[in-house]
Design a protein around this ligand. Sequence first.
Ligand SMILES: *[C@@H]1O[C@H](CO)[C@@H](O)[C@H](O)[C@H]1NC(C)=O
Ligand SMILES: *[C@@H]1O[C@H](CO)[C@@H](O)[C@H](O)[C@H]1NC(C)=O
Ligand SMILES: [Fe+2]
Length: 462
Amino acid sequence: MAGARSLVLAAVLFLLLSVFGLCLGGITGKYVRPSASTSDMPKSAFPPPPGFNAPEQVHITQGDHDGRGVIVSWVTPAKRHPSVVTYWAEGDEHKEKQKAHSKINSYRYFTYTSGFIHHATINGLEYDTKYFYELGNGNGTRRFSFTTPPKVGPDVPYTFGIMGDLGQTFSSKQTLEHYMANPKGQTVLFAGDLAYADHYPNHDNVRWDTWGRFIEKSAAYQPWIWCAGNHELDFVPRIGENTPFKPYLNRHSVPYKASQSTSPLWYSIRRASAHIIVLSSYSAYGKYTPQYTWLQQELSKVNRAETPWLIVIVHAPWYNSYNYHYMEGESMRVIFESWFVQHKVDIVFAGHVHAYERSERISNIKYNVINGQSTPVKDPSAPVYITIGDGGNVEGIATSFTEPQPSYSAYREASFGHAILEIKNRTHAHYTWHRNQDNTPVPADSLWLYNRHYYPEEESSP
Ligand SMILES: *[C@@H]1O[C@H](CO)[C@@H](O)[C@H](O)[C@H]1NC(C)=O
Ligand SMILES: *[C@@H]1O[C@H](CO)[C@@H](O)[C@H](O)[C@H]1NC(C)=O
Ligand SMILES: [Fe+2]
């Protein structure tokens, strides 16, 4: 009898809970992290490669608008030369190898002087082809490889990995290696905040070098699509460093001119079936500014018949239910959100908050000063907003949530990890988030995303 009564009670409780669950919408992941500290790995964890003047900090990114170009970047510590990348397609080892020459930068930052920073653009590659490339000479020669994407087209499958706020801690290492152990990712979309060199006195730029060595094992072999965060500003007038983004821009070259942008801080690329727009939270974006004008024109150029998937990367999230960085993305949301709804952006990836969160498809664009309509509402034309600032940097995890979980927040969890977006065709993409504690690539959060242009149906959370 007592047993039956408690069963009924349990059923009622369950019902109540599910009703509440539905009202509040989302799930807060209950995983409790072991409170291991997230300190930076020592400098000795990032030795330079052996050999005289060996190229180091090798990384690649897309070098043109559609994926037949690659920019190879690297640093030579002692001498400017050789400043050439030698490359050949797999199977062409015995043919004459091709060469591209680098442009060389170096910069000073307070008492730090950089090595010779090379950026070489290779153009006119074949689509969907594996290439090898070689840098350096003598005993400092190093060889790497990459694979170009298939030609742009509406049903071309392609898989992106997504990381943000990585830093160079023991947790960062876990995130990067966990991502690399997941064999699916073909290109990284990076949501900003790279090295966290600014954590050190006078922004010790040696930490930019160690970060370059840290990510090389991935970034030399697949493109990382760069977006700048606040830790890239390195703006310290007190020590005479008045040029925002100086180390970041010297070290990273992106194909911004190919999308008629006037700044490497905002630009677009097309890759397989995706059109990817990178924005800068820390550059002017108000009406009439270069970024505003560019984005307005850029959105009108997106051709969903060629690239059905419209993806935006921006550092500061527009929807964020953690008690960190509250409303830092708000002014940009107010200015651009209606455009994203009008142009049916599929996904917005952001970082900045050091945890994970995925939103429902919602918008908040009805408000004017008198109508009082200032809460987010379900909107099938709106993007899904994903905060992926969970790379594991030295500032630690964001653990404090606003309560109750707002209805727009579908899933949130205070864990480090990475995400994978597997585009299947013009209508379907499978999205997964992988927390570091799960050492095989099992998803902690997953969802079939439906394309907003071709199949604007409601997705169902698992
Ligand atoms: C590499 O070659 C240089 C001379 O070019 C030599 O001084 C150095 O010892 C060599 N290093 C190794 C690791 O063989
Ligand atoms: C698109 O991909 C999804 C998931 O793999 C599949 O179910 C669907 O049939 C595909 N659509 C077409 C037109 O092939
Ligand atoms: Fe940030």
